[in-house]
Every structure is written in C-alpha cells, then in structure tokens.
Design a protein around this ligand. Structure first.
Ligand SMILES: NC(=O)C1=CN([C@@H]2O[C@H](COP(=O)(O)OP(=O)(O)OC[C@H]3O[C@@H](n4cnc5c(N)ncnc54)[C@H](OP(=O)(O)O)[C@@H]3O)[C@@H](O)[C@H]2O)C=CC1
Ligand SMILES: CC(=O)N[C@@H](CCC(=O)OP(=O)(O)O)C(=O)O
Length: 337
C-alpha cells in the first residue's frame, strides 16, 4: 500500500498530469479524483491517454470526497483552493498548484488576483536554498507558478551570488497553450494560435511579483509569449552584471548551484535548451553566457509547464512532505520526438 492521495481539479490539464504521474508512482495510491462541471463522468472521458484509470469516476469537488486521503493535490482555478483547504482536516497534507498561497505580500495578491488573500504557505521550489528542508517539514505547500519556475532556476543563483544586478532584470518567456488551462477561450482556438506567436499581459503578468519574491529581483520587466505548442516554456533571462565576471564565471555559479540537483541540467557549453527535450518530464534545462556587446548576462531555461512547471513539481514536493525519495515517480528524461 502506498500513501493515499487525491486530486481536486482532476479533469483539467494540471490535474490530468497529476493523475498520470500518480498512476506511475511506486509510493502513491489514488483514492479520489474530482472535477466541477465534469463530475460524474469517467476520468478516461476527459483523459483518454490515462488507460490504466479506466473505470475511475470523477467525483464532485467537495470536502467529504477527500475523507480517505492522506495528501490532497489542489489543481483548481486561482481563488478556489483556500476554502477547500480550510475544510480539510488539519492532519491532511495539501499541495496547492494554484496561486492562492504563494505570495507573501497581500498587496501583490490584490494587484493581480481577485478576492481575498488566503495567506502564505511554504513555497514549493525545492531547489531554492533552504526550501527542501522547509517543504519536508510542511503540511501545506504552495507549488511554484509555471513561468516562475522557468525564470527562477536560472536567475536566483545569479542574484544570490552577487553577479547579477537585482535592479536590472528582463525576462521574456514563451509558453505552450496548456499553460492557459483547458476551459474554452477564443484566443486559444486552433485557428487563432496555430501559425502565430504573440505577446500578452506585457508588464502586467501575475507572475511578476512571484518571480521577484522567489529570486530577489527588485526591478523586473517580464514579457510572456504564447507559442503554438501544447506544452513547454522557454524563458530568456537577461540581467546586468554587477562586476567583471566572464561567461565562465557566471556559468560556474549555475554549475555549483545545480551540481547535485536531479532535475536541473546545465547543458554543455554552447548547447541551448529546447522545450521539446523536457516534454513530459520534470526536468529543467539551462544554458548561460555573457553577451559582451550588450554587457548582459543571458540565461535560457526550458521546462514542461505541466511537468516541472506544475504537476511534476507538485509530486516532487509531495515526495519530500511524505518522506519518500524526492525523485520517486519522476524523471528528468523527456519524450521525443
Ligand atoms: N496549466 C499549467 O501549465 C499550470 C497550471 N497551474 C495551476 O493549476 C491549476 C489548474 O490549472 P489547469 O489545470 O491549467 O486548469 P484547467 O482549466 O485545465 O482545470 C481546472 C480544473 O478546476 C476545475 N474547476 C473549474 N472551476 C471550478 C470551481 N468553481 N470549483 C471547483 N473546481 C473547478 C475544473 O473542473 P471541470 O473541468 O470539471 O469543470 C478542472 O478540473 C490553476 O490554479 C493553475 O494556475 C500551475 C502551473 C502550471
Ligand atoms: C499560456 C498562459 O496563458 N499561461 C497562463 C499561466 C497561468 C497560470 O496562472 O499559471 P500558474 O498556476 O503557474 O500561476 C498565464 O499566462 O496566465
């Protein structure tokens, strides 16, 4: 018998990826999967790729549906996690994939999200200094936003090491369409998205304060792009160097930060990340150099937004919270071609 887990929001994209990872996890047993408008339907109606879950029903998202669970993953729209989490017994561990419990400053919440600020839980990015132990000791963890994972893994060590100026950071990141969730949206119609790349929420994206909080950046220009692919985020992070460090030295900062990390790979010098290489994985691929002409550090990262950007990250946190091997049920290997 594994640890009994449940997924709220299991009919969505992040919830579906959680179900896939749980089904292949040696230490977790799924005891409940819930949806909202899809409650009463079979999991495989919504996720026909999850063949081993044939016959599993989607239950309504109500507190009593989680009575048998020792850990609950919340993959609900922003603003819906807090009420459900509060209705679960204190002993039940929770990993929230939504933004409800990520932000420290209520003013940041109110600027970007509707409704009340639910407060802050332990932040679920194990690769940040000190977070692995904090997550292992926590009962409630707020998993990191997708663009925030892709931005923070290259940037945080550079700011912490003092080689990148926290007052001069620019992030431009392209996401696949599953980042926007599964509910129908006119701008995500195939006829709108295919053959197109576009910028959106320029200077107003809700992940801006979260990236600052996670990295220590004080001035950040963040431009998200929508790319015609189902999964993946490619982030280009540039920052003004604080001193005269060369490409080899900034590269060494990331090499040291991630030498022992199972899911973060600094690629061989001169090789740049591809989202396709992270498809279906919990991996993050990194590369870094100095653009001598512009006088800027340039780092590029690639993740799967549903993997390291959502469900994979959440399972990694759950493994730590449950005392399981951190890598259980996860892989840095992607699916290709
Ligand atoms: N997609 C991504 O790349 C990432 C997503 N996340 C976060 O994960 C969460 C889920 O995102 P995603 O899977 O993309 O979204 P989807 O829109 O694909 O799924 C949303 C899920 O929430 C359910 N739901 C919708 N409205 C309600 C409601 N009022 N009450 C209870 N349940 C409801 C839906 O049920 P039904 O379909 O049955 O109506 C569905 O199961 C969000 O907080 C998102 O920010 C985090 C990182 C990355
Ligand atoms: C492509 C796309 O639309 N992406 C979404 C990311 C959504 C989100 O809210 O994700 P987190 O749960 O990671 O915070 C957006 O930019 O709003």
């Amino acid at each position: 018998m594994g640890v009994r887990v449940a997924v709220a929001g299991a009919s969505g994209y992040a919830g579906g990826e959680l179900l896939r990872l749980i089904a292949g996890h040696p230490g977790l047993d799924l005891v409940a999967a819930t949806g909202d408008s899809s409650a009463g339907r079979a999991v495989t109606d919504l996720h026909p790729h999850l063949a081993t879950l044939a016959g599993v029903p989607l239950r309504p998202t109500a507190p009593e549906e989680f009575a048998d669970a020792e850990l609950v993953f919340l993959a609900l729209p922003h603003g819906h996690s807090a009420a459900l989490a509060a209705a679960l017994p204190a002993g039940v561990k929770v990993v929230d994939l939504g933004a409800d419990h990520r932000l420290v400053d209520p003013a940041d919440w109110h600027r970007y999200y509707p409704g009340e600020h639910a407060g802050r839980w332990t932040y679920g990015l194990p690769e940040l200094p000190g977070q692995r132990a904090a997550i292992a000791a926590a009962d409630r963890v707020a998993a990191t936003g997708c663009y925030v994972v892709a931005s923070t893994l290259p940037l945080a060590p550079l700011i912490a090491a003092g080689v990148a100026d926290p007052d001069d950071v620019v992030v431009v990141a392209a996401s696949g369409t599953s980042g926007a969730g599964r509910s129908p949206k006119p701008h995500l119609l195939g006829s709108e998205v295919l053959n197109d790349v576009s910028a959106y929420k320029v200077g107003t994206h809700q992940h801006t304060p979260e990236i600052k909080q996670a990295t220590g950046a004080r001035s950040l220009s963040f431009t998200p792009l929508l790319a015609p692919m189902p999964r993946g985020i490619l982030a280009t992070v540039t920052a003004r160097p604080t001193g005269t460090a060369g490409a080899g030295e900034v590269r060494q900062v990331l090499a040291e930060a991630y030498a022992d990390e199972p899911f973060v790979s600094l690629l061989p010098d001169g090789t740049w990340p591809h989202t396709a290489a992270t498809f279906g994985s919990n991996g993050c691929q990194l590369q870094i150099t100095i653009d001598a002409d512009a006088g800027r550090i340039v780092a590029v990262s690639a993740i799967d937004n549903l993997g390291k950007g959502a469900a994979g990250q959440a399972v990694q946190c759950a493994n730590l919270m449950l005392g399981l091997p951190e890598t259980a049920g996860l892989t840095a290997n992607g699916v290709a071609p």
